[in-house]
Ligand binder design. Structure first.
Ligand code: GDP
Ligand code: GDP
Length: 433
């Protein structure tokens, strides 16, 4: 599993600057989708072989105890509790402030490893600027400059040293789907509905509260793995405990699945949190099926509303199938499985080079890439560069000049030609040698 690094610190010390630096490489690979909520607080990165998640906690207001600031503080504390490592950023030009001391005190109560990063110290003497910060009682401070990139790589390497490189697991040969969504939408009810009638082969107890439960089962003789982010702990329990939403758990489950099942509540509005989970799915490129749950209980007005909101707020999920289900009564669960199978098959497809190249030629015949000044981008052939999501690598010349709209046209057309339902597809350009 990828380790998660949480960035904490008072406002203005350089958290978002560091966050951007730590996630930049990855961002470039994900083409911006129209309507995609870019969440600048959660991201992926990699140094060398080692991948990681980063969470920018966005601030630290340890004193407030109600209202929206309280909610922010609660989320920060949750991220701190769930992270594998914490980078506590302080400002080397300002020195220790009272707020730094309060944060340090909170971090010392936690058993997570903490690195104190003394930021903004480009051009300064490391030993001198860090000396002050031993007083925080959190070990040896490290000097960095987030905006100049100094010391950042060393810091991350040191943090990741304690974690094993996640071995690239062999691709699962069967659908492995994560049931995700915000609290109370009906995730555990859906998991129970699915498992109620199936043969459960094995399941692991979660190691920690932020771990999901993995359950292997068979349906109609075929193997599946369900990644249950709500946790089987709820099974059979009468108590209605509303779970805390864990961003880290959700991100890891999506990453580890080959299909995500996003559960929405038909009786509620599509919230920012729903859109954020949907955006994670887009960024990882996982296949997706959407289950709009509690359909039997929604009245006509609510049904209209959620459909309108899906069109407006989740338009970037247009590649996915939507199902209107009732997990409680088990209605629609069978159909949901058909889409899970279909999305899995589409995500794992292997298309031979001649077929891709033929399809590409037809697309170009139907619509040429536009001239960029005097040059016209020339596309010669295409081959597949990966699965889950399928990546099509197009070779040619002057491909830097292909506009985004044409890029989308190619992506859409490949999806249509190869009848890929339920997975995004990405086109990448490569200059011919
Ligand atoms: P946040 O509020 O903690 O997220 O802080 P920001 O990342 O927004 O940075 C606050 C200010 O500090 C901005 O003006 C940044 O340009 C500046 N800053 C961030 N990192 C550095 C650095 O390494 N050196 C210098 N000189 N300024 C920095
Ligand atoms: P989770 O937090 O996402 O795991 O949600 P739960 O599975 O615990 O469900 C939250 C609440 O919604 C519970 O009271 C469920 O009984 C209820 N619920 C779940 N599915 C349905 C459904 O299909 N219809 C209705 N009316 N209620 C449902």
């Amino acid at each position: 599993m990828k380790p998660t690094i949480a960035l904490v610190g008072r406002p203005n010390v350089g958290k978002s600057t560091l966050f951007n630096r730590l996630t930049k490489t990855r961002d470039a690979l994900v083409a911006d989708q129209p309507g995609l909520t870019r969440d600048r607080h959660y991201g992926h990165g990699r140094v060398g072989e080692k991948p990681y998640f980063v969470v920018d906690t966005g601030g630290f207001e340890p004193v407030v105890d109600e209202g929206i600031m309280f909610e922010m503080a609660r989320q920060t504390l949750q991220a701190v509790d769930e992270a594998d490592a914490i980078v506590f950023i302080v400002d080397g030009r300002v020195g220790i402030t009272p707020q730094d001391k309060i944060i340090a005190q909170r971090l010392r109560q936690n058993d997570r490893p903490v690195w104190v990063a003394v930021n903004k110290v480009e051009g300064m003497q490391r030993a001198v600027v860090t000396a002050d910060f031993y007083e925080l009682g959190l070990g040896d401070p490290v000097a960095i400059s987030a905006s100049h990139g100094e010391g950042v790589r060393d810091l991350i390497n040191e943090i990741l040293d304690g974690f094993e490189v996640p071995v690239d697991e062999p691709e699962a040969d069967h659908p492995k789907f994560a049931v995700v969504g915000r609290p109370n939408v009906g995730k555990s009810t859906l998991v129970n509905a699915v498992l109620g009638e199936e043969r459960v082969i094995a399941f692991d107890q979660p190691g920690t509260t932020r771990d999901s439960v993995y359950i292997d089962f068979e349906r109609n003789g075929s193997p599946y793995t369900i990644i249950d982010t709500a946790g089987v702990r709820k099974r059979g329990k009468v108590t209605e405990m509303i779970e805390k939403f864990s961003v880290i758990k959700t991100m890891q489950a999506i990453e580890d699945a080959n299909v995500a099942v996003l559960v929405l509540d038909a009786m509620q509005e599509v919230s920012d949190q729903d859109a954020r989970v949907a955006s994670f799915v887009m960024e990882t490129g996982r296949a997706l099926v959407v289950a709009v749950n509690k359909w039997e209980a929604a009245n006509a007005e609510q049904r209209d509303r959620i459909k309108r909101e899906i069109d407006r707020k989740l338009s970037f999920l247009d590649f996915a199938k939507f199902h209107y289900i009732s997990a409680l009564g088990g209605q629609g669960v069978g159909e949901l499985f058909k889409s899970i199978d279909q999305a899995y098959t589409a995500a794992m497809i292997k298309i031979p080079t001649p077929k891709l190249t033929n399809a590409l030629q037809l697309m170009i015949e139907r619509q040429q890439p536009p001239l960029a000044g005097k040059v016209r981008p020339k596309m010669r052939y295409a081959h597949q560069g990966g699965s889950n999501p399928p990546v099509v690598i197009v070779h040619g010349n002057a491909l830097d000049h292909v506009p985004d709209s044409y890029w989308r046209y190619l992506e859409r057309s490949f999806m249509k030609v190869f009848k890929l339902q339920g997975t995004p597809l990405r086109v990448q350009f490569k200059r011919s040698a």
